[in-house]
Structures are given as structure tokens and as C-alpha cells.
Design a protein around this ligand. Structure first.
Ligand code: HAM
Length: 418
């Protein structure tokens, strides 16, 4: 038989090995705890959605236009791996009748998202988001609430040095006239812009403001600013969001060029960066208000606001900051039994599990070798079981740190380990 190459993981998709999961678990638990402390409830939506639903997010959105994993299933349906959670959660809010309950529905979701982007550090084709949505939320105070929630989460996982950038991009009332102004400003400069910006000038001129290509930068400072062209409602909302943030003592930087990559945003948009970094690729958390999304999906017009934190990036920054995460040992207790005592070893393990995490070493190795591997696993105790102990329903309980060993009846093992 010819030797075949071992099959490796799909490009851009990572395995999270047990050693990394410890930190991930800490970050996820903090997310869930903080979300619940703000009155948000967890939900789960499918990883697959109809491609049509995802396209409602906006066909100018990179995550949709260029990076969507799409395929036809065996029944001929056009499906996509979700590139983000918001579109699906808004769909579920209506399908699951949360729109008929108390408003806003405060929801959170932790799960994998998929984007066919060029993989690099901090950018993966399967990545994980902690997503927060407040659907049916009209008040700008909720915009500030979710920003505080994100700030609290980042602080709880030990990130003190983060920068919050904030902007408003108006709504369906004031934005069209502003976009006309922006187009008028950029049209005479069109030849000087890079290809994507030339194309976006007519379709989504806001994106010109967050372009990072050097040749487009000189024209930004003189471009008209939306904050000078807000309608009364948007202007009032913009004031209230900042008042609530100021009162909460949350620092932010006003960034008139922050517009976000997804098409669905209205009014408040924001991003959190690790200290010292800027530019969309490095954002740890990003979000904003999306009052037009429900209608774009074909439901009744309903306001909403939310964000997503990238777990891959947050865990990377937490790890780089040297935060100490004490890895949990795979098992606190390892049961080592002589050959032929598998049934008894399993029973002893079952009794010990009332108090501790327990693994059994069933491998045909010498006792010495078994002791060595229990030590490597980080076990705090081993339970030794030989023929005569098994007959008398006792075992030797050994404390790995002190080396002290005592004989304990099976029935008292859990108590001795507690
Ligand atoms: P987004 O800016 O596309 O927004 O993504 C949010 C966060 O997800 C990013 O700041 C980043 O931390 C993480 N992220 C995005 N793409 C990748 C990737 N390829 N690899 C690793 N991490 C990534 C949204 O997804 C919106 N749905 C957020 C939102 C919720 N807006 C309102 N509600």
C-alpha cells in the first residue's frame, strides 16, 4: 500500500488544544457572567443560514461580497456559513416571537463565524465571537449600555490598556443628503483614489472614510463630516450616548472616519482596540446600531444595537499581556490499579468522582511508569489499588506533593479527598 500523506486541518481553521482552552474558558465565562449581569440572556442560532438572509446585511460588505462561504445543499438550497451573528439573531428574534415580549430583547451568543479571508495572526477563516444584541431598543442609552458591557468584559479579562473609538453615521433621514455631499467632494478626486475607492464612490461612499490605502489618505481631512450634518434626532441621540458614557467614566476617542465594514449600521458605531493599535484588523470588539436591518430582512422595522468581540483576538492579547491563567489539571486524582483490576479501578474512580476529577490509568505499564505519567498530568493524588486492597475494599491514597500515603476504605475515599 502506498503511504498517504496525513490529512491536515483546513487552511485558516485552528484546533484549540486543551492547554489553550483554559484561557478561552476564562474569557468566555467572563463574557457570559458580564452579559448576564447586564440582563442579557444566552441564545444559539444555526451556523448555516440562507445566503439570501446574509446578503441582506449588505452586498457591499466584504464579509458578504468577498468572504462568504456559500454552497448548495443536497436539496438545492443556497446556504452560507454565517460570517457574523447579528443577521441570524434578528431573524430568530422574530421567528421565535421575542418581538412580542418585553422590549428590548437583550441577547448574547458565543460561537464560531466563518469568513474566507486571507489568514494571518488575529484573522482566521473560522473564528469565534461573543455577540451582544439589544433588539427593540430605541433609547441611545442602550448604545452606551452595551459599550459599558464590552468595556467591563475587557477589564474583567485583565485588559486595562484598550482604546475605544466612537462615531455616529446618521440615519435614513440625514445620511442620504450627507452621502451626496461626500460624493460631490470625492468625484473630482476620483482618479487619485485607489481602485476599490473609485468603485465605492458611487455605491457606498462612507467606506472611503475608513480606507487605509496611503494614496487615499490626503483627501480625508477636508471631506465633509457627518457630525456636521445630523438630523435633530440623530444629534440628540449622539449627545445622550456620550452623556451616559461620560457619567460612567468610560473614555473614548471621537473618530469621524470610523464607519464600520458592514452596511447595516445607523447612528452609533464603535470599536475597541488593544492599546497602541488602530485600524479595523486589530479591533477586539466592534459594533453599533442597526435600525434598518430588521426591515432589510423583511420584518417589521425594529431598532437594534449590538457588538461582537473577537475571542481569538481577545485571548491572544490577554495571553500576550502575560495574564496568568492557572491551567486546570486534566484530573486531580489518578487511579492506578494492578492488571486484572479494571472493574474495581472503575468503581473506585466512580466513588472518588463525588469529590474530585478522576482519571484511571488502564495502560499495561509498570507502576513506576504510571506514577510518572500521573505526575506529568499534574494529579494531586493517586489512588493505588492492588489485589489484596481490592479484596478488602480499601485503597492507598497518596498525596503527590507530600508523598504521604494512607490506607482508606473505598467508601471513605470521597470524604478523604474533599
Ligand atoms: P465585525 O467588525 O465584522 O462586526 O466583527 C467583530 C469582531 O469580530 C472584530 O472586531 C474581530 O475582533 C472579530 N473578527 C472579525 N473577523 C475576524 C476574523 N477573520 N478572525 C478573527 N476575528 C475576527 C460584526 O461581526 C458585527 N456583527 C458586530 C455587531 C453585532 N454589530 C451589531 N451587532
Amino acid at each position: 500500500m502506498p503511504r498517504t500523506e496525513p490529512i491536515k486541518a483546513v487552511r485558516g481553521m485552528r484546533d484549540l488544544m486543551p492547554a489553550e482552552r483554559a484561557l478561552w474558558r476564562t474569557v468566555e465565562r467572563a463574557a457570559a457572567r458580564v452579559a448576564r449581569s447586564f440582563g442579557y440572556q444566552e441564545m444559539v442560532t444555526p451556523i448555516l443560514e440562507h445566503t439570501d438572509l446574509i446578503e441582506r446585511v449588505g452586498t457591499e460588505t466584504d464579509a458578504v461580497a468577498k468572504e462568504l462561504y456559500r454552497f448548495e445543499d443536497r436539496g438545492g438550497r443556497n446556504l452560507a456559513l454565517r460570517p457574523e451573528a447579528t443577521a441570524g439573531i434578528v431573524r430568530a428574534y422574530f421567528e421565535g416571537h421575542l418581538n412580542q415580549g418585553p422590549q428590548p430583547a437583550r441577547l448574547f451568543l458565543i460561537g464560531p463565524m466563518f469568513r474566507y479571508d486571507r489568514p494571518q495572526k488575529g484573522r482566521y477563516r473560522q473564528f469565534f465571537q461573543f455577540d451582544i444584541e439589544a433588539i427593540g431598543a430605541d433609547s441611545p442609552a442602550v448604545d452606551a449600555e452595551i459599550i459599558e458591557l464590552a468595556a467591563t468584559w475587557l477589564r474583567e479579562v485583565g485588559l486595562r490598556d484598550v482604546a475605544l473609538e466612537l462615531n455616529t453615521i446618521g440615519d435614513h433621514k440625514c445620511r442620504p443628503a450627507y452621502l451626496d455631499l461626500l460624493r460631490e467632494y470625492y468625484r473630482p478626486l476620483k482618479d487619485k483614489l485607489h481602485g476599490d475607492c473609485q468603485r465605492r464612490l458611487e455605491t457606498s461612499p462612507l467606506r472611503l472614510l475608513d480606507c487605509k490605502v496611503p494614496q487615499c489618505q490626503p483627501f480625508k481631512p477636508k471631506a465633509p463630516r457627518i457630525t456636521d450634518h445630523l438630523c435633530d434626532e440623530c444629534a440628540a441621540a449622539w449627545v445622550l450616548v456620550r452623556r451616559v458614557l461620560d457619567a460612567a467614566g468610560i473614555e473614548y476617542r471621537l473618530n469621524p472616519y470610523l464607519v464600520r465594514g458592514l452596511d447595516y449600521y445607523t447612528r452609533t458605531v464603535f470599536e475597541f482596540y488593544p492599546g497602541g493599535a488602530s485600524g479595523q484588523q486589530d479591533a477586539l470588539v466592534a459594533g453599533g446600531r442597526y435600525d434598518g436591518l430588521a426591515e432589510a430582512e423583511g420584518w417589521r422595522s425594529t431598532p437594534g444595537v449590538g457588538f461582537a468581540g473577537g475571542l481569538d483576538r481577545v485571548t491572544e492579547v490577554v495571553a500576550a499581556s502575560g495574564a496568568e491563567v492557572i491551567p486546570e489539571p486534566p484530573a486531580e486524582v489518578v487511579v492506578l490499579a494492578d492488571p486484572g483490576l479494571e472493574v474495581e479501578a472503575a468503581e473506585v474512580a466512580r466513588l472518588c468522582r463525588a469529590a474530585r476529577t478522576v482519571a484511571v490509568d488502564y495502560e499495561p505499564k509498570s507502576l513506576r511508569a504510571k506514577m510518572r505519567s500521573a505526575n506529568k498530568l499534574g494529579a494531586r493524588w493517586v489512588v493505588l489499588l492492588g489485589e489484596s486492597e481490592a479484596q478488602h475494599h480499601v485503597a492507598q491514597l497518596k498525596d503527590m506533593a507530600s508523598g504521604a500515603q494512607v490506607e482508606v476504605p473505598w467508601k471513605q475515599l470521597a470524604e478523604s479527598l474533599a
